[in-house]
Design a protein around this ligand. Structure first.
Ligand code: GLU
Length: 571
């Protein structure tokens, strides 16, 4: 084992320390705990919706569903019932289940879905704004499946807070106002979006405006009263298919049958040990579990705790481990119902140790390539996927100590810009690779009829040395998600930080040839030392937004990202 060798070798390396230690900016809401549990989400009104379910005796699943529905109303740019998500549920004693509510391509979709007549990939913005980008939404099916197994309250009750918000109105936040400006092309793509969020002159409504969304209230009532099938069947579903078909060029449209055939899928949760902790995440079609785990496990031989977050050396190692993990993710991760994904091999201890050994402590690796994890059966090619950001993560722990870690998304900000029933329809299908093959080799994440696009979403649960659940965490932010989660896990496990401080640590994102460090963070001072190791480094505004709950001295404490408007509420 190479563990602890790092410190012995660290002395000859002349790296300049970070002048300012990255510390957690002050949190607006004090960490809260309650015997009834805790909810942490990206919006206080959504956290409150979940907290209300906990007060009424609901389970973590009930509260998570109420939170997802409320986010559809108050954070419509990021997630909602027009999109999909991944749900992890952990019991205090170590059991984990996962539910895949990822959006699905229509049956008529083919590998050339995003190619023009000459066989060139469509420009990304063009693809997003058409029906080609819209997958069959999965969140209502996910909610129904999860509720059937783990719900304690009535289905309709879970909709009450979201209906009240949509009917009585909610105050538009400063962050949402900003999104209306820079994502206006999507937000006011339809008359409905324009009427909801812009004034008569077409200017974004100011922060503080009370917004009512009666169409969404009616949709929520419809599904609350008639049940989840009302979303996927009948005239209502046919209407959704028609709206999508009208926006889709050509005649390979989404049909009512595509919507009717949708169902969320229970899947195994890939878990692995990192130090004394068991880390469980979301498997294919998400790259979350394998990517988070690889970033951590490849660094297990290093005493990261002794280095700490002030050391450039830590960030160099973290960057190099990401490069290795993302190379594997690009090549292998896709919908495992369509391609063979060697999940166990990608999380194999020996394989990841050997990958980690490639990292040098005093020089950037010249060339990073995907490895050949045990169990690989097919040789494939790297795809080409765009990086986007429009998602929400939330966690709930209930009075029985069960935790739900749920990431919900419509993909980009305001999704496809198309609306139905008062909510935005996703553009999740642009998470597929636009190119179906390279040099005669198939791209794993290419489009196919009925396939689910690869995701970065990384809802995660962590079990401590005694096997008990200790942390539920996840993030929004496209490709940065696995990095945000891995960084926070290092913060908690190696640096011994509380979850909220671990989330607040600055971020460094290194999926390929360039390292991006979080603009305005102490990491900008590391540009020179990292360049000295051969890296190309850029400071950039990164889409960061994580939420967590952590067991501290027997009490569950919520944590929200200080960069966001999120808060934790303990009822
Ligand atoms: N659609 C992305 C994914 O599933 C998430 C987008 C985001 O988080 O911003 O990976």
């Amino acid at each position: 084992m190479v563990r602890h060798f790092l410190l012995a070798l660290a002395a000859p390396i002349t790296l300049v320390s970070c002048a300012t230690a990255p510390t957690a900016p002050p949190q607006e809401a004090a960490p809260a705990s309650s015997p009834l549990g805790v909810v942490s989400s990206a919006d206080p009104r959504a956290s409150e919706a979940g907290a209300e379910m906990l007060r009424r005796g609901g389970s973590a699943t009930d509260a998570a569903i109420a939170t997802m529905l409320a986010l559809t109303v108050v954070e419509p740019q990021s997630s909602g019932i027009g999109g999909g998500g991944f749900y992890l549920r952990g019991s205090p004693d170590g059991a984990v289940v996962t539910l895949d509510g990822r959006e699905t391509a229509p049956a008529a979709a083919t590998p050339d879905w995003f190619l023009d007549e000459e066989g060139n990939p469509l420009p990304f913005p063009d693809a997003v704004l058409t029906g080609l980008s819209i997958g069959v939404p999965g969140n209502i099916s996910l909610a129904a499946e999860a509720h059937e197994r783990y719900g304690k309250l009535e289905w309709a009750e879970l909709f009450e807070p979201a209906i009240a918000l949509a009917e009585e109105g909610w105050e538009l936040t400063p962050r949402f106002h900003d999104f209306l400006g820079f994502a206006a092309v999507r937000a006011k793509n339809t008359e409905a979006g324009r009427a909801l969020f812009y004034d008569e002159a077409g200017e974004p409504l100011p922060a503080g405006t009370l917004v009512r969304n009666p169409d969404l209230a009616a949709t929520l009532r419809h599904v609350a009263e008639l049940g989840p099938f009302a979303f996927y069947r009948g005239a209502w579903a046919a209407g959704m298919a028609e709206v999508i078909a009208e926006a889709t060029p050509g005649d390979a449209d989404m049909t009512a049958a595509d919507i009717e055939n949708y169902s969320a899928v229970w899947r195994d949760s890939p878990c692995g040990m990192y130090r004394d902790y068991r880390i469980c995440g979301m498997g294919p079609p998400s790259s979350g579990a394998t990517t988070v785990y690889a970033i951590l496990k490849q660094l297990e031989g290093y005493d990261l705790g002794a280095l700490g977050p002030e050391q450039p050396l830590f960030w160099h190692l973290f960057a190099e481990s990401q490069r290795l993990a993302y190379a594997d993710r690009e090549l292998y991760l896709a919908d495992s119902d369509f391609v063979q994904v060697p999940v166990a091999g990608l999380m194999d201890e020996d394989y990841l140790r050997d990958r980690g050994i490639q990292i040098a402590i005093n020089l950037r690796m010249d060339n990073v390539e995907a490895g050949t994890p045990p169990g690989t059966r097919a040789i494939m090619a790297d795809g080409e996927e765009a990086v986007e950001s429009g998602t929400s993560h939330f966690v709930v722990v209930d009075r029985w100590g069960n935790a739900v870690s749920y990431t919900s998304t419509i993909e980009g900000t305001f999704g496809s810009g198309h609306m139905y029933g008062g909510f935005f329809l996703n553009n999740e299908l642009t998470d597929f690779s636009f190119i179906p093959e390279r040099d005669g080799l198939r791209v794993a994440n290419r489009v196919d009829g009925g396939k689910r696009p690869r995701s970065s979403m990384s809802p995660t649960l962590v079990f401590g040395p005694d096997g008990k659940l200790v942390l539920a965490i996840g993030a929004a932010g496209g490709g940065t998600i696995p990095v945000q989660v891995a960084k926070a896990l290092v913060g908690v496990i190696d640096f011994g930080l509380p979850a909220e401080e671990a989330i607040a640590l600055p971020a460094l994102y290194s999926p390929g040839d360039v390292i991006f460090v979080e603009e305005g963070s102490p990491l900008v001072e590391l540009l020179a030392p990292l360049e000295g190791l051969g890296h190309t480094v850029q400071a950039r505004r990164l889409p960061l937004k994580a939420n967590a709950a952590q067991l501290v001295d027997g009490a569950w404490i919520g944590a929200a990202d200080p960069r966001s408007e999120g808060v934790a509420i303990a009822p």
